[in-house]
Design a protein. Sequence first.
Length: 137
Amino acid sequence: MMHVLKKATAVAAAACIAAASMVATATPASAATYGAQCGSGYTVINKIEFPNNRGTTFLTYNSSNGNNCVVTVRTTPGAAAPMDAFIKLSSSSTWKRDKGNYTTYAGPVYVSAPATCIDWGGTIGTATIESPDHHCG
């Protein structure tokens, strides 16, 4: 009987240690990552993260053709949700955008803007973010 009790105690102790190590090594939620949605040659030059880890809107630039590109990426893909990626020349009143219900990302949306200022942003669900300053390249 004593042997069974010692074995049960050892098993319980091992289970507690295993559970504690899983809690201690839990990783925090990660932010959305850029997945080259704009194509080759584009480099991330800025980003804005949505509140509550919903996702990120990325601004990219291709130095070989002078194009900027915007894409809005959800942190955790799921059921289709309202999303938007938008960009415009600061001197223009017309946004170029990709707006719809998406599971993973909205965009890419492009504007040719060498040595020109641009405005850009995105939407996930009811949250919209827009660059607080013009980006001038």
